[in-house]
Design a protein around this ligand. Structure first.
Ligand code: PLP
Length: 431
């Protein structure tokens, strides 16, 4: 493990030079705005393996960013690598069908019995767009209810302005260049309050309600007991579609995602990230009835790279491993070991750890009480302190995401977790 944490300014010399070079030709030096948040500059990485990742300066990190969630099996799992290498021999892009598509679909439907029909896409954002399009098509309505703090991709109309306040009766703010007209179809409210959802249904003709079943994009916050069931009942009563965005939780909280864990089911389920171990693939799953318009070509879903051969090969192998090896109990055990360890070493210093289930959690500095919604989270989080902590962790060789979300993979064994706890103690002591 790299040891020049005492001299952070020299630790990132090559990354700083690489960032300067990139910034001359690539906007902001990154290819996803989320990466702009990295410090001291967006780092440049050279390779990753298992639970580890290395940057261009030769610094080694225990990687809890995990590709922002996809690498649940660790980087470069040998079986996934072998499947992709084999697929590589056959070609990449057929502009046509291949047999792995059906194999993936059958395996997904086999694992998640409330899904009858799927489509495969490239990214979570694609699938969010398609879900909303299907809901609007089948209901003939245009309004979408979504919740503050949840994230459903970077597309219009689902992305609404940063820090959007709950506005059950108004149009949420939109970012520069985004469609105000599209945003006028979004109705937004704070999560975990059924009465707000009732008010929205009373005031608007809602095509669909979209939510993360466990909010993972502003902290990690569970739904209150009975909340999703109540929202589902309201959807049913008003003829709206319930879209469950499992882009983070799918295959991470368990094979059946957060819905399996919670014992609830939506009408449409969205997957990306962990389904293909880091290869670009996403999927939407729903009933034959809701998917019929897509199948007839009336509801448009297109894409040159959809169901690329390598990605589907990776997804099929990932699914086989998850089913055959069932890593979930040990993943959960190791995650809990880390969560409890962090609470022990950090609790006295104001570090709070928000954990619900599966192999991801959020760290923040603030009240230890369970968070309810975005507003509650913002009031109970000290972003400056978190940034200092994340810097200190990174300088010592631990890399969570740049907003303090940790993803644990099967490669994070007890030794690495205990090493993470030692590094955390040292990072906290340095602040
Ligand atoms: C819940 C959720 N939905 C959708 C997306 C968008 O997925 P992608 O970045 O693959 O477009 C994300 C991305 O983090 C997400 O967390």
């Amino acid at each position: 493990m790299s040891s020049n944490s005492e001299n952070p300014s020299q630790r990132y010399t090559k990354s700083i030079a690489a960032h300067e070079r990139r910034s001359r030709v690539i906007a902001g030096g990154v290819n996803s705005n989320v990466r702009l948040m990295s410090r001291p500059v967006p780092l440049t990485f050279t390779r990753a393996h298992g639970a580890m990742i290395w940057d261009i300066d030769g610094n080694e990190y225990i990687d809890y960013a995990a590709g922002m969630g996809p690498t649940i099996l660790g980087h470069n799992h040998p079986r996934v690598l072998a499947a992709v290498q084999q697929a590589l021999q056959s070609g990449q892009c057929f502009a046509g069908q291949h047999e792995l598509e059906a194999e993936f679909a059958e395996r997904l439907i086999g694992a998640v019995p409330w899904i009858e029909n799927i489509r495969i896409g490239l990214a979570g954002s694609d699938m969010d767009l398609l879900a909303v399009r299907i809901a609007k098509a089948v209901t003939g309505r245009s309004k979408v209810l979504r919740f503050t703090g949840h994230y459903h991709g970077w597309i219009d109309p689902l992305l609404v302005g940063p820090g959007a306040a709950p506005t059950p009766f108004g149009t949420p703010p939109v970012g520069p260049g985004q469609s105000v007209a599209a945003a006028s179809e979004i109705v937004m409210c704070e999560w975990n309050d059924v009465s707000l959802v009732e008010q929205v249904f009373a005031a608007h003709q809602i095509a669909c309600v979209i939510m993360e079943p466990i909010m993972c994009n502003t902290g990690v916050i569970p739904a209150q007991p009975g909340y999703i069931e109540s929202v589902k009942a309201l959807c049913k009563q008003h003829g709206a579609v319930l879209v469950i965005d499992e882009v983070i939780t799918g295959f991470r909280v368990g094979l059946q995602g957060a819905q399996g864990h919670l014992g609830i089911t939506g009408d449409i389920t969205l997957y990306a990230k962990a389904i293909a171990s880091g290869y670009p693939m996403a999927a939407i799953g729903t009933s034959r009835e809701l998917m019929a318009g897509v199948g007839r070509g009336e509801v448009n879903h297109s894409g040159t790279y959809n169901s690329g051969y390598l990605s589907v090969a990776a997804a099929v192998e990932t699914m086989k491993i998850l089913v055959e090896e069932n890593p979930y109990p040990s993943l959960q055990k190791n995650t809990v070991r880390l969560v409890e360890g962090l609470r022990k070493v950090g609790g006295g210093k104001g570090l709070a750890v928000d954990y619900v289930a599966g192999s991801l959690f959020q760290v923040r500095f603030g009240s230890q009480e369970p968070m309810q919604n975005r507003e509650h989270f913002v009031k109970n989080s000290d972003p400056q302190k978190l940034m200092k902590f994340l810097d200190a962790l990174q300088d010592r060789g631990v890399r969570p995401t740049s907003r303090g979300l940790f993803f644990v993979s099967v490669s994070h064994d007890e030794r690495l977790i205990d090493r993470t706890l030692e590094i955390t103690e040292s990072a906290l002591a340095s602040m």
